[in-house]
Design a protein around this ligand. Structure first.
Ligand code: PLP
Length: 529
């Protein structure tokens, strides 16, 4: 394709995208893809073509073969999982970023990529009312952040930083062995930090790597039974232990300080070292917010514990001053790191997961490896931030451009209106459901998430409530072209159903339509004619 070909194809693609959005507004698509597994292999050859094909054919195939297998996450009646917002501004930014395709790992790769990221992260931190400690201009000079691709990537990256920090502290108490393979500069307690850094790259089975392995085997990461699986997965990836603490319905499925303290003390008493807590600000199942006030109080007594807040979904709600208390924004001042997914409810296209730290050096001291070919004059002089040193991959996407476009075009007030509208939509649904006593809300109304189920009063002939609700869920699935929801299981409750409005297209009328589907499915499940 040449420049003029791209011009024509690009205009046509924009036309199609505009038509697509108009059709989403008109509810013209089944929200869930109505295809069977393996449908695409029947439509697409098993080998790439030997000779290039005409764009018009490729484009048509996209519409006729790919689009039918797309679930419409931007549709107003998509209320499953969590939203994955798209905006025209974000889309245009991604188009520009794709066409300058620029892996800005060092400042010199494209100074604007690094510098816009630093600036927009500060913008986001201020929109969310985060502490100045998380800004690039923090009083300590250590604060700042990085935009990664997912909350999962954030969690594992943060865990690497927290692990190295904990190992360095442990190494002070348990100095490295003095062996031939031990670098003399690394030997001895005063050089414990250097020994830990050296031990990360020595051959397995050397005395130094065994010493490191022994120290690492004592580290424990914490979350709750409601923490997203990203934490357990990060622990698996790093070969560390993860301990899921219990939460109760009575506490709104949130972690309390006393539970945390008891677990930390118990582990410490057998020589284990608490090194990281993944606290949730908005769990996936119920939107629960761990009690950050109590958690940060407890953390003061456990200096080895890095407190990371996963606010993947609900972090953007901090943009609303009226919700900050619910999010323990005062206590947020004392956590070590915080991340949210702007690509969920934050109007920015997938993927965009800002991570804010009070001491970003924790990442760079764990992840900086600089062979000659990556050195630059500015990097050597320390006058720039080379963001490769704060992440796992080398190259990185130009994600800040979409934050910049979106925040400028919406303004803070437009951003706030979007969040408020989502919560209002959820309230409208809850109000309608509240008038029907066959239903119960099983979790506090957190953000725009409502979790409900049919009550035992609706169950006929002593049917188990979980079984009843699983039948109800099966019935809802038969209507997934009109409304898409997700199921979950909550402690002290059991099987239940989640509804989360958040699409930029969702309005109150869609909540009435959603309630109609839910009510009709309940009628059918309960045998009401
Ligand atoms: N944390 C929470 C609370 C989530 O709800 C999710 C996804 O829904 C994640 C983490 C995982 O996000 P990601 O796909 O960005 O890794």
């Amino acid at each position: 394709m040449d420049i003029e070909g791209f011009r024509r194809a690009g205009y046509a693609a924009v036309d199609q995208i505009c038509d697509y959005y108009a059709s989403l507004q008109g509810n013209e698509h089944p929200v869930a893809a109505q295809v069977e597994p393996g449908f695409l292999s029947k439509l697409i050859p098993s080998e790439a073509p030997q000779h290039g094909e005409d764009w018009s054919v490729i484009e048509q195939d996209y519409q006729t073969k790919i689009m039918p297998g797309i679930t419409h996450w931007q549709a107003p009646n998509f209320m499953a999982y969590y939203p994955c917002n798209a905006t025209f501004e974000g889309g245009l930014a991604d188009l520009h970023a794709a066409m300058i395709s620029n892996p800005g790992f060092n400042w010199t790769c494209s100074p604007s990529v690094t510098e816009l990221e630093i600036i927009t992260l500060d913008w986001v931190a201020k929109v969310l009312g985060l502490s100045d400690d998380f800004l690039s201009t923090s009083p300590s000079g250590l604060g700042g952040g990085i935009i990664l691709g997912s909350a999962s990537e954030v969690c594992v990256t943060m865990a690497i930083g927290a692990r190295e920090r904990a190992l360095r502290a442990l190494a002070e108490e348990h100095p490295p062995p003095q062996t031939d393979s031990t670098n003399s500069a690394a030997a001895g307690p005063s050089n414990a930090a250097k020994a830990i850094a050296a031990s990360a790259t020595v051959l397995a089975n050397s005395a130094l790597s065994k010493w490191r392995g022994n120290l690492a085997s004592r580290l424990v990461m914490y979350g709750t039974t409601q923490t997203h699986s990203i934490a357990a997965k990060a622990a698996i990836i790093l070969g560390l232990d993860f301990r899921a603490l219990e939460v109760t319905k009575e506490d709104g499925f949130a972690l309390r300080g006393a539970t945390l303290r008891a677990a930390l003390l118990e582990d410490q008493s057998v020589g284990r070292v608490p090194f990281m807590l993944v606290a949730s600000l908005g769990t996936t199942s119920s939107g629960a917010v761990d009690n950050l006030q109590e958690i940060t109080e407890v953390a003061k007594d456990f200096p080895s514990l890095w407190v990371h807040v996963d606010a993947a979904y609900a972090g953007v709600a901090l943009a609303l001053p009226e919700l900050r208390e619910q999010c323990y924004s005062d206590a947020l001042r004392h956590v070590d790191s915080f991340s949210t997914n702007l690509h969920k409810w934050g109007l920015v296209q997938f993927d965009c997961s800002p991570l804010f730290l009070r001491d970003r050096g924790v990442l760079s001291s764990a992840l900086t490896v600089t062979p000659e070919y990556l050195r630059t004059r500015q990097g050597d002089a320390g006058s720039v931030l080379d963001m490769r040193n704060m992440q796992i991959p080398l190259g990185r996407r130009f994600r800040s451009l979409k934050i910049w476009f979106v925040l400028r075009s919406y303004g803070v007030q437009g951003f706030q209106e979007h969040i408020r509208r989502g919560i209002k939509c959820a309230d409208v649904f809850a109000g309608l459901m509240g008038e029907d006593e066959r239903f119960e809300m099983v979790a506090p109304p957190n953000f725009a998430l409502r979790v409900f189920r049919l009550t035992s009063a609706g169950a006929a002939g002593g049917e188990d409530v979980d079984a009843l609700n699983r039948r109800f869920w099966d019935m809802l699935q038969t209507r997934n072209s009109e409304l898409l929801l997700t199921q979950t299981v909550l402690p002290d409750v059991g099987f239940c159903i989640r509804l989360v409005p958040g699409s930029t297209l969702c309005r109150e009328e869609h909540m009435h339509a959603a309630w109609k589907v839910v009510k009709e499915c309940a009628d059918k499940t309960l045998g009401v004619q």
